[in-house]
Ligand binder design. Structure first.
Ligand code: G3H
Ligand code: 13P
Ligand code: ZN
Length: 333
């Protein structure tokens, strides 16, 4: 099966009321962990690579890893998505590199930190939509600003999305998917106290635009048992906290379709590797710690696919809608 567009996957999620995890990849271990979980649970999946990932492994390596994993797991429907594109050029380059979906995060300026204006966001996102849709490629935008600056991206001031402005933004730009700031946050230190998500924002946008795929960034749960394991084996992550999994699952019923998870896989891998190092200090074969790390990440992904009701939905994708066909659909709009 070739790569699908993210729109094809999210349209099915909208029609059948489920959520799809979008998991970040930087290397072979993450890619295999995610793809094997999708295969076991018979789930479609969105693999996403950030600018940092494209810099770390290189776009050729990321694309090659995804192609190889798709050969190993041919029944898994996969979209390859650029996470947090910061300008038109990065989005266009990712399209040239074979990504079937891109995010233009125009809620922030190019530095990925300074909140932008609505007008700037509409302008840059519209240009990416025009380029993407010409090629049949899915485009995600963002409105409002999420917190979570500690890991190098995200705004330092949280600004929840205004539902009317979100709808106006979606109409003006023509985005297929829209990331809404409704209380989630990036990274492992999301909150000081249990979060209260503003489901009313999701609900209001979904009611006005039921065909728009709503995206929840910063959706890692930061499982306390993984944080405890990291701290037990020499790590230092006091106060790490995420969004409870049940709160994310609840957001699916209000209209969230794409659920971004990166931190939880980082935590699973770190906890496992730290444990191996402390318990068996004589080990130095990288497979001795990367294999269990891969299994731990895969377990996290599997639990999310089951919780989001993605499990069992792979068989919904009997036909891949090609980029050419998608481009024709967009051209008629
Ligand atoms: O929200 C973004 C993802 O967690 C990617 O993080 O930019 O450090 O690769 P990164
Ligand atoms: P987490 O940091 O909660 O995993 O969020 C990842 C994300 O939103 C990627 O875009
Ligand atoms: Zn994000």
């Amino acid at each position: 099966m070739p790569l699908l567009t993210m729109k094809q996957i999210l349209d099915d999620a909208i029609a059948k009321n489920y959520g799809v995890g979008a998991f970040n990849i930087n290397n072979m271990e993450q890619t295999l962990a995610i793809m094997s979980a999708a295969d076991r649970t018979e789930s479609p999946v969105i693999l996403q690579a950030s600018r940092g990932a494209r810099k770390y492994a290189g776009p050729v390596m990321i694309y090659g890893l995804v192609q190889a994993a798709m050969k190993l797991y041919p029944k898994v429907p996969v979209a390859l998505h650029l996470d947090h594109g910061n300008n038109f050029e990065t989005c266009k380059q990712s399209m040239d590199d074979g990504w079937t979906s891109v995010m233009m995060d125009g809620s922030l300026m190019e530095d990925g930190k300074t909140p932008s204006t609505f007008e700037y966001n509409v302008d840059v996102t519209s240009r990416v939509v025009a380029e993407g849709h010409k090629r049949g490629i899915t485009v995600e935008g963002e409105i409002g600003t999420l917190g979570g600056i500690e890991d190098g991206h995200g705004a330092d001031r949280v600004k929840l999305a205004d539902p009317d402005q979100a709808v106006e933004f979606a109409h003006k730009t023509g985005v297929d998917a829209l990331a809404l700031a409704f209380g989630t946050s990036h990274g492992a230190f999301k909150f000081k106290a249990k979060p209260v998500l503003a489901y009313d924002i999701v609900q209001a946008v979904n009611k006005k635009m039921p065909g728009l795929a709503i995206v929840s960034h910063g959706s890692s749960s930061v499982p306390p048992e993984l944080v405890a394991e990291i701290n037990k084996y020499g790590g230092k992550m006091p106060g790490a906290m995420g969004v409870p999994l049940e709160d994310i699952v609840r957001s699916i019923d209000f209209g969230v379709r794409k659920i971004n998870i990166d931190t939880d896989l980082r935590l699973a891998a770190t906890a496992t590797i730290r444990k191996v190092f402390v318990e068996t200090p004589e080990k130095f074969d990288i497979r001795d710690y990367l294999r269990p790390a891969m299994e731990a990440m895969s377990h996290v992904v599997e639990t999310r696919m089951i919780a989001f009701r993605t499990a069992g939905k792979a068989s919904n994708f009997t036909k891949v809608i090609s980029l050419e066909e998608m481009a024709k659909v967009y051209a008629k709009k």
